[in-house]
Ligand binder design. Structure first.
Ligand code: ZN
Length: 388
C-alpha cells in the first residue's frame, strides 16, 4: 500500500529534496522502485449471481481459500457455475468450499461469461445462495484492460498514455483505500473487459508508462476521469462531496468541442424517470420540474431538486444522473423543460466532469501535447512518479 510504501515521502517536501531522484522521461521522476513488485488488484466482476459461464484454455489449478490444491486440469469446456448454501458447483462437479480460486498456468486464459481474463478468478459464496466473482490481476494487465475499454484504441498515443497513468493512479488509490476489503474496484467505477480491450499497440503504450502514477503532496489521490467535460472540468467537492485538492478542482477545457456530447439535448419520459427512481426507493409522481442546484466551477450541479405531486425532493445530482442512467442523462450540467409527458434536458458534457476529460486529452494530443503535459493540465500541481 502506497502509504507505507512511500515512507520517505513527507507532505509538502519538494521532489528535488528527496533521495536520489533522476528524471527518466519528460518530467517523470524515478526514485528507484518504491514497490518491490507490480501490485495486485482485486476487481469485482459480478455480484449476486445465480449462474455464470466458465471456460478455461490451457492448464489450470483450483485451490480453496487456503491455497490447498483441490484440482489440477487441462482446459475446461463451457461449464455453468452455480451454488448451494454450502458449496460451489462447476459443471456437474460439486466443491464443498465457500471459495474457489481458479488460476490459469503458463499463460492460459480464463473466460467468464464470454470475456477472457488474465490472472486469477475467485468464486465466493454469498449468504443468499448467490455468488460473486473477483479477478485478481497485476496492475499493469488491469490498466491494459481498462485502456482498451475506456478509450478508442485508435486514439493518439499521447492521450492513451495519459489515460493509462490515470487508470493506474485511480486503481492504486482504491487499493490503498480499500486494502482490507474483499475487492478494491468494481465495474461501476471504470470500464474493464479483461483481455477483450487489449491490443499489441495498447500493451506497448501501457508498458511505456509502467509503474508511473500521479501524486499530489506525496499522496496518491483518486484520479477521476470522464468522457467530455463540455468546457470546464468540475470540482470533485461538488460532485462527490469530498474535500477539494488542486488536481481535482476543475480547469477550463477548450479542447472537447469536437465531442458529440459537448452539447446535447435529450427527451426522457417522466414515467421512465419515476420508475428508475422508484427502483431505489425514491418516490415521485407527476414530475413538474427538475433543476440543478449549487453548480460548481464546471457548471455541474451538486444537487437536483425534483418538484412533483409528492412535493419537493432534493438529492445528490451525480446519484440522480446514475439512477436515471448515464447513457440517457449524460451529465449534471443541464437545464430542463417540462413537456407534459417528458422532460427535455439540454446540457454539456458526458460523465461527472471531474479530472481528465478524455475527448479533451485526445484533442490536446492531436495538437502535439505530450502525455505528461496533458496530465499536468487536467490535474494541476501533480508530480509524476514511477513507483515500481
Ligand atoms: Zn473537456
Amino acid at each position: 500500500m502506497i502509504a507505507t510504501l512511500l515512507p520517505t515521502m513527507s507532505i509538502g517536501m519538494p521532489l528535488s529534496c528527496q533521495r536520489g531522484t533522476t528524471e527518466i522521461q519528460d518530467g517523470v521522476l524515478d526514485y528507484g522502485p518504491l514497490l518491490d513488485k507490480t501490485p495486485i488488484v482485486r476487481v469485482l466482476l459480478i455480484n449476486d449471481a445465480k449462474d455464470a459461464q466458465l471456460a478455461i484454455r490451457g492448464s489450470y489449478q483450483i485451490t480453496g481459500s487456503l491455497t490447498n490444491i483441490i484440482e489440477q486440469g487441462q482446459g475446461l469446456q463451457n461449464a455453468t457455475i452455480s451454488v448451494t448454501n454450502s458449496s460451489i458447483k462447476i459443471g456437474n462437479k460439486n466443491y464443498d468450499n465457500s471459495e474457489l480460486r481458479i488460476t490459469s498456468l503458463r499463460d492460459g486464459e480464463i473466460e467468464l461469461n464470454k470475456v477472457r481474463y488474465r490472472g486469477e478468478i475467485r468464486i465466493l459464496l454469498q449468504f443468499n445462495n448467490k455468488f460473486s466473482v473477483i479477478n485478481e490481476i497485476d496492475l499493469e494487465s488491469f490498466v491494459a484492460g481498462v485502456l482498451g475499454s475506456e478509450m478508442m484504441p485508435s486514439w493518439n498515443e499521447e492521450a492513451l498514455r495519459a489515460q493509462a497513468v490515470t487508470a493506474r493512479t485511480y486503481a492504486l488509490y482504491k487499493k490503498k483505500k480499500r486494502r482490507d476489503e474483499v475487492y478494491h474496484l468494481d465495474m461501476l467505477e471504470l470500464a474493464y473487459r479483461g483481455m477483450a480491450g487489449e491490443t499489441t499497440r495498447l500493451n506497448k503504450i501501457v508498458q511505456e508508462t509502467k509503474g508511473v502514477v500521479m501524486v499530489y503532496n506525496w499522496n496518491i489521490f483518486p484520479a477521476y476521469f470522464h468522457s467530455t467535460c463540455g468546457g470546464h472540468t468540475e470540482d470533485s467537492n461538488h460532485v462527490f462531496g469530498k474535500d477539494s485538492i488542486p488536481p481535482l478542482s476543475g480547469v477550463v477545457c477548450n479542447y472537447c468541442n469536437n465531442s458529440k456530447y459537448s452539447r446535447w439535448s435529450t427527451d426522457i419520459n417522466k414515467s421512465d424517470i419515476e420508475k428508475r427512481l422508484r427502483e431505489s426507493n425514491i418516490y415521485v409522481s407527476n414530475i413538474n420540474t427538475i433543476k440543478t442546484l449549487d453548480p460548481g466551477v464546471g457548471n455541474h450541479g451538486s444537487r437536483v431538486e425534483i418538484i412533483s405531486a409528492n412535493g419537493s425532493k432534493e438529492m445528490n445530482a451525480n446519484d440522480f444522473r446514475l439512477l436515471v442512467g448515464p447513457n440517457y442523462l449524460y451529465s449534471t450540467a443541464f437545464n430542463s423543460r417540462n413537456n407534459g409527458k417528458s422532460i427535455t434536458f439540454s446540457g454539456r458534457g458526458w460523465g461527472h466532469g471531474v479530472g481528465l476529460c478524455q475527448y479533451g486529452a485526445q484533442a490536446m494530443a492531436e495538437k502535439g501535447f505530450k502525455w505528461t503535459a496533458i496530465l499536468e493540465y487536467y490535474y494541476p500541481k501533480i508530480n509524476l512518479v514511477r513507483v515500481y
